[in-house]
Ligand binder design. Structure first.
Ligand code: UDP
Length: 462
């Protein structure tokens, strides 16, 4: 099969946790001989650097204007998210259509994030396939589609915080208390232009040519079977976990998604001095800001536990690390303020457990690294991801749930301690899942799914 001249456009949604996995997937497509143009906003341009060095001639980019949301009066985060999505959609005419029509190398397909559902219509106009990229897992996406289609109306008098939403069409019939349903859905109102835009944008995905998930079949088999029934058997592929290669350039790993705020070798040297599986890595992703109460409990627990840990604290508002904390844990606790080289840390043999908010990227990175996962989901699909880890895969230990279920610091300290104990069932299971994840991307199911997509695109080009 020749992939010469197969040019595709990769269009990530411009936030860290959506760009990171789509760039990693782009890297895999480049190594299979495709030419890829990445559509990127100016502030994210530097994220391409690590990939450009290894594929200077087949990786191109088009810099799009940053979303202009100035017309909306400082909106709360969810409104801002919708305003961003709308501003990106406004690039359809004329900027993107003209670019595609005039580009010297015709595009064979558009691979774009699920938040860019409108690119389905763009692809239809251009007469090319559009592949949806899902940075969320199959279970998470099954829940999203189900909520979008069948969400109880929120002016229903029966709905209070304790109302249970059941989704019986999804395998294992998940049930959620109302407060765990993402806020965007809870606040939705028929006829609200923002909700209608969001809903139509997400539903447009279901009409697209194919769906690519950053996940692997063995991890979420029943949910992939469900999605194949819902979306079409030959339209759903699992190609993850799409991580930077282990043997690859350390800089590529270290500055993935952002420039590390600490020299990576310092962190590695610190980790080198610790026994295998003895360190807990704590990080709540790129967006979550802990409340003061959550931060106080967390830091008190880390102090009480006596465990060695790395705490990544990317935000200096809301919950702040208490005065004197770093001195009190000196020698066994490393605090990284800003962007941490997460994948490199998780891959170190000294790290045995990961306390996370269960963002899907973090979940996959933890699974691939074979660490025990302490789950404290906060928002969106994180409750679903935590259920998968704790109740279905047996690699997770639930420690908290958002603001509704903040653990006592003594209890959290106990869980931190047991997470690094050898021989626990979660550790055995974590090792098995790590092997399965690495097998999937080294010739196994994920590699085969990706090969199949590449072959279809090469045939499509002929
Ligand atoms: N990440 C990182 N360093 C940090 C914080 C986050 O490298 O200091 C990366 C992390 O490895 C993951 C992504 O940012 O790839 C976060 O995505 P996730 O889906 O876990 O959570 P979100 O940021 O969407 O809440």
């Amino acid at each position: 099969m020749s992939t010469a001249g197969v040019h595709i456009v990769a269009y990530p949604y411009p936030t860290a946790s959506h760009i990171i996995p789509l760039l990693d997937l782009t890297q895999r497509l480049l190594t299979r001989g495709l030419t890829v143009t990445v559509l990127v906003t100016p502030n994210n341009l530097s994220l391409l650097d690590p990939y450009l060095s290894s594929h200077p001639s087949s990786l191109n980019h088009l810099v799009l204007p940053a979303p202009d949301t100035s017309s909306s009066i400082t909106p709360p985060p969810l409104k801002r998210h919708i305003a961003n999505m709308r501003a990106l959609r406004d690039l359809h005419y004329p900027i993107l259509l003209q670019w595609f029509q005039s580009h010297s190398s015709p595009t064979v397909a558009i691979l774009s994030d699920f938040f860019l559902g409108w690119t389905h219509h763009l692809a239809c106009e251009l007469g090319v396939p559009r592949i949806v990229f899902s940075p969320a897992g199959a279970f998470g996406m099954s829940v999203v589609f189900s909520l979008i289609r069948d969400l109880p109306k929120n002016d229903d008098p029966d709905i209070d915080v304790n109302f249970l939403v059941s989704l019986p069409r999804i395998p294992n019939s998940p049930v959620y208390p109302w407060w765990q349903v993402p806020r965007l859905y809870r606040n939705s109102k028929e006829g609200d232009p923002d909700w209608d835009f969001y809903r139509n944008n997400m539903l447009a995905n279901t009409g697209s040519w194919g769906f690519v998930f950053n996940s692997f079949t063995e991890l979420e088999r029943v949910y992939f079977e469900h999605l194949k029934r819902e979306l079409g058997n030959d339209r759903v592929w699992a190609v993850g976990p799409v991580l930077p290669p282990e043997e690859g350039d350390l800089e590529e790993q270290t500055n993935r998604g952002g420039a590390s705020s600490v020299p990576c070798y310092e962190v590695m040297t610190w980790l080198d001095s610790h026994p295998a599986n003895s360190v807990v890595y704590v990080c709540f992703g790129s967006r979550i800001v802990l409340t003061s109460k959550q931060m106080d409990v967390l830091t008190a627990a880390l102090e009480l536990s006596g465990v060695s840990f790395i705490l990544c604290d990317g935000h200096d508002d809301h919950g702040v690390i208490p005065d004197g904390f770093e001195d009190r844990v000196d020698g066994r606790g490393l605090v990284i303020k800003g962007w941490a080289p997460q994948v490199t840390i998780l891959r170190h043999r000294a790290v045995g457990a990961f306390l996370t908010h269960c963002g899907w990227n973090s979940v996959l990175e933890g699974i691939a690294a074979g660490v025990v996962i302490l789950t404290w989901p906060m928002d969106t699909d994180q409750f679903t991801n935590s259920t998968l880890l704790v109740d279905q895969l047996g690699v997770g230990i639930l420690v908290g749930e958002g603001d509704q279920n903040i653990p006592e610091s003594t209890e959290l300290a106990r869980l931190l301690r047991i997470s690094i104990v050898g021989g626990r069932p979660e550790r055995v299971q974590a090792k098995k899942l790590s092997n399965a994840a690495l097998a999937a991307i080294n010739g196994g199911s994920s590699d085969q799914d990706l090969d199949e997509i590449v072959k279809l695109l090469a045939d499509y080009k002929k």
